[in-house]
Design a protein around this ligand. Structure first.
Ligand SMILES: Nc1nc(=O)c2c([nH]1)NC[C@@H]1CN(c3ccc(C(=O)N[C@@H](CCC(=O)O)C(=O)O)cc3)C=[N+]21
Length: 306
């Protein structure tokens, strides 16, 4: 009897959100739009990717970005440097890409393998705002903090979380959103986006006091801390929407896991994103969207300036 009542209170099993399907649809949409832009302008959108070092995970993500670009008609160029490259050489490359009309978007794949030889923000800040498709420069980030979304791009991984919520018709206004991990790529921008959408937003990390209790209050729990299966059933409010942005590589059994213990969360949440096949592919599709938007803007400016 007791187990019956207990089971009644559990909403699980949760619906699994298929990020690959969401991403495929978005890529189809932009493939179509890019085709039209190519017909109108005679040029393809161009994306420059800067990589320093040879991290295994970065290699995989960059491969995904190159594949998506190829699939939808974006010309992507990878500039891969040895980890001992001088700062000035990379700065020069960014200046060159800033001035190259074939390049519409520039990203520096983080983390850079520069072991504190210099400050990576000197690189990300050099990217001109109209090509900053990752929104990593401080000027773009400041715009985001001031809710000036029209002036620049929305960071890809944070935008992917919004797209995923949209795909399940999850309203955000008035909801309690708890975001774990305050990185520049995900947590920080997402906090501002959620506040803009009138969510009751908490940004925290592993060191936050009463973290478990705070997570238990979340209608929407977004986890991006890079700590394999850190979030177990105890952290999840029954019926919550759980978005797992974490990707952790286990070198020994070569498996990829998220920051959420998937099987446990499945029994408690109403919706959950898997890893792999969740936020990752949608993030890549958002980069393609931003690159298209940059190219479209470039084309329109060219027309209006003769
Ligand atoms: N400047 C910058 N911009 C980024 O957008 C950026 C970055 N730095 N640094 C690292 C993160 C991570 N990231 C991912 C991209 C694709 C997948 C992806 O497609 N993952 C697949 C496959 C994973 C696998 O097979 O290992 C999946 O989750 O299904 C994941 C993660 C972009 N990032």
């Amino acid at each position: 009897m007791i187990t019956k009542i207990f089971k009644k209170n559990l909403p699980g099993p949760a619906k699994i959100i298929n990020g690959s399907t969401i991403a495929s649809k978005i890529l189809e949409e932009y493939k179509y739009k890019i085709n039209k832009l190519i017909q109108d302008s005679g040029t393809r959108p161009g994306l420059g990717i800067i990589q320093i070092g040879d991290r295994h995970d970065s290699n995989i993500y960059i491969q995904k970005k190159l594949q998506a670009s190829c699939k939808i008609g974006v010309d992507a160029f990878l500039f891969k440097y040895d980890k001992n490259i001088s700062k000035n050489q990379v700065l020069d490359k960014i200046i060159e890409l800033n001035n190259d009309p074939k390049i519409n978007g520039i990203i520096t794949q983080l983390p850079l393998e520069i072991s504190n030889r210099f400050d990576y923000t000197d690189l990300t800040n050099l990217v001109v705002p109209e090509k900053d498709v990752d929104c990593l420069s401080s000027s773009c980030y400041n715009n985001l903090c001031n809710h000036k979304f029209l002036e620049n791009f929305v960071p890809c991984a944070a935008n992917a979380c919004l797209k995923i919520l949209e795909s399940i018709n999850c309203s955000i206004a008035g909801k309690r959103v708890v975001i774990l991990g305050s990185s520049k790529l995900v947590g920080l921008p997402l906090k501002h986006l959620m506040e803009f959408k009138k969510a009751d937003t908490f940004l925290c990390d592993k060191t936050t006091k009463d973290l478990k209790f705070l997570c238990q209050t979340a209608d929407i729990l977004i986890v991006a801390i890079g700590c394999s299966q850190f979030i177990n059933a105890d952290y999840i409010k029954p019926g919550a929407v759980v978005i797992d942005v974490g990707i952790n590589y286990d070198e020994t059994n070569r498996k990829v896991t998220g920051d959420v213990h998937f099987e446990q969360a499945l029994q408690k949440a109403s919706y959950i994103t898997p890893v792999p096949g969740g936020v990752g592919p949608v993030t890549v599709s958002m980069l393609m969207m931003n690159t298209y938007k940059a190219a479209l803007k470039h084309h329109r400016n060219k027309i209006s300036h003769g």
